[in-house]
Ligand binder design. Structure first.
Ligand code: ATP
Ligand code: MG
Length: 235
């Protein structure tokens, strides 16, 4: 579904990704794990068209996506729930969800159908639909960021560190939802520093270090790999 072939991304003179390759097949949950500064967010920004490539290429459903505008990539079926959630704090839950629907310029009926689907998935958001986003807990804001991304009816959902700053019990609940979203037919590329949680829900994973893919395997094999156990799963 998504193929990332040997991409290089630079910030000025700094090369953040060196010859990075990975793929996500339809129906999968694939994870990119790695420490601070490994290049996880940069990889998602490159896919979403927010950063240009200085080398390599990317295809989605067989079509080249590098060089295309971010809105074209959303239209092609890729939604991005960014690191740090980035919900619109002065808007309500409902208004935030409506913003997620705008790239499609669909009618009100269709937007409300999609919104009800998000509310079915996250009843907590339904209870808070008129509440301003800033007044919600971190976990609720994360649900909103994921819900907003789902409003574009994506085929592929990019999730950047959904566990960031959340208590372990909330992370578990959120990851159950991520699995539910996947079962509804949405393919997921999950970026996480929380390797244990990410590996528990994904089928395959890639370990990034200093902008390079250093391991690519099934999650079962990654969980049992000495390097992953020592450095990323707490020994
Ligand atoms: N806007 C920027 N300008 C310059 N360098 C940047 C910029 N954004 C990221 N970098 C650098 O690129 C590298 C990869 O950063 P990136 O944000 O992709 O890492 P990450 O794996 O998402 O880390 P984290 O887990 O902390 O979110 C780092 O060395 C970082 O300092
Ligand atoms: Mg990041």
């Amino acid at each position: 579904m998504l193929e990332v072939n040997g991409i290089e991304v630079r910030y000025g003179s700094i090369t953040a990704l060196h010859d990075v390759s990975f793929r996500v097949d339809e129906g999968e949950i694939v994870t990119l794990i790695g420490a601070n500064g490994a290049g996880k967010t940069t990889s998602l920004h490159a896919i979403s068209g927010l950063l240009p490539l200085s080398g390599g290429s990317m295809t989605f459903l067989g079509k080249k996506i590098n060089g295309r505008a971010p809105e074209d990539i959303v239209r092609a079926g890729i939604a991005h729930s960014p690191e740090g959630r980035r919900v619109f704090s002065g808007l309500t839950v409902q208004e935030n969800l409506e913003i997620g629907a705008t790239p499609w310029r669909r009618g009100r009926d269709s937007i409300s159908i999609d919104m009800e689907r998000v509310y079915d998935l996250f009843p907590r958001l339904a209870e808070r639909r008129t509440q301003l986003a800033w007044s919600m807990s971190g976990g609720e804001q994360q649900m909103l960021a994921v819900g907003r991304a789902l409003m574009g009816r994506p085929k592929l959902l990019l999730l950047d560190e959904p566990s960031l700053g959340l208590a372990p019990i909330i992370v578990e609940q959120l990851f159950d939802k991520i699995v539910s979203i996947n079962r509804l037919g949405v393919t997921i590329l999950l970026v996480e520093q929380n390797a244990a949680m990410a590996l528990s829900v994904a089928t395959r994973g890639y370990l990034l270090e200093n902008g390079r893919v250093i391991l690519a395997d099934t999650t079962e094999r990654l969980e049992n790999h000495e390097l992953v156990k020592q450095a990323y799963l707490g020994g």
